[in-house]
Ligand binder design. Structure first.
Ligand SMILES: Cc1cc2nc3c(=O)[nH]c(=O)nc-3n(C[C@H](O)[C@H](O)[C@H](O)COP(=O)(O)O)c2cc1C
Length: 207
């Protein structure tokens, strides 16, 4: 029997870690999204969180193309997704394409941190969404050439991920067995000792 949305949400929470923000522990990426729309008020909060992210030279190079359900932008972003992502992401209330300017506006030189900054703003967006009870799911699986064509994005912008945003849906509504299995699988993470280092190859002693 398939687990309910509530049961899956419980299963996907990160284990309690004292002092860690609830939005960090509660965020996870579903593939099942419900028909419930995200309000414009909540959408505004999500982008306000992105707005206040740090960026190199305070360039704020990120741009977000936002498609709400039934809009042309939603349809266009959906059309660029690879087949696997199309099999689930169309149900999301909002589809967002993250784009970033690769040149500094003050002198026209290359901004090698443009994607870093877009990622930071996207992380803030994602955590704000989690704190509002919304879910996000990032996707690299889309056709960047098609996205540039659909929206007329010039070469001076780099493309990041597409983000599906909405309320979690019932896992059973995914239909396919493979998708349901992914939706109900436990989350896995590397231990801190693999990536928090005091010297190259040596874990920092956090005790
Ligand atoms: C940049 C990026 C690209 C991703 N691309 C895809 C994708 O194309 N399709 C997909 O189903 N999931 C995609 N994911 C979701 C990851 O698989 C997921 O975040 C990861 O397994 C960790 O799970 P969690 O977000 O629930 O913690 C992507 C995530 C990120 C951050």
């Amino acid at each position: 029997m398939t687990l309910s949305a509530l049961e899956v949400n419980r299963l996907k929470q990160a284990p309690a870690a004292e002092g860690v923000l609830p939005a960090v522990l509660g965020r996870w990426s579903p593939r099942s999204f419900s028909a419930r729309d995200v309000s414009m008020a909540d959408l505004r909060k999500v982008f306000e969180a992105a707005r206040w992210s740090a960026s190199a030279y305070n360039e704020q190079p990120w741009r977000f193309l936002v498609g709400v359900r039934d809009s042309l932008t939603h349809k266009k972003i959906f059309s660029t997704l690879i087949g696997f992502n199309q099999s689930w992401a169309g149900a999301a209330s909002v589809l967002i394409l993250g784009v970033t300017s690769t040149k500094f506006s003050h002198n026209g030189t290359a901004n090698y941190h443009a994607l870093y900054d877009l990622g930071a703003a996207s992380a803030a967006l994602t955590l704000q969404a989690a704190s509002l009870g919304l879910k996000t799911h990032s996707m690299a699986g889309y056709d960047q050439i098609a996205a540039r064509r659909e929206f007329g994005i010039s070469e001076s912008y780099a493309l990041g991920a597409v983000i599906a945003l909405g309320y979690q849906g019932e896992p059973s509504s995914l239909g396919h067995e493979q998708l349901i299995a992914l939706e109900t699988a436990p989350r896995e993470r590397k231990p801190l000792s693999e990536f928090v280092l005091s010297a190259w190859g040596e874990p920092l002693d956090l005790s």
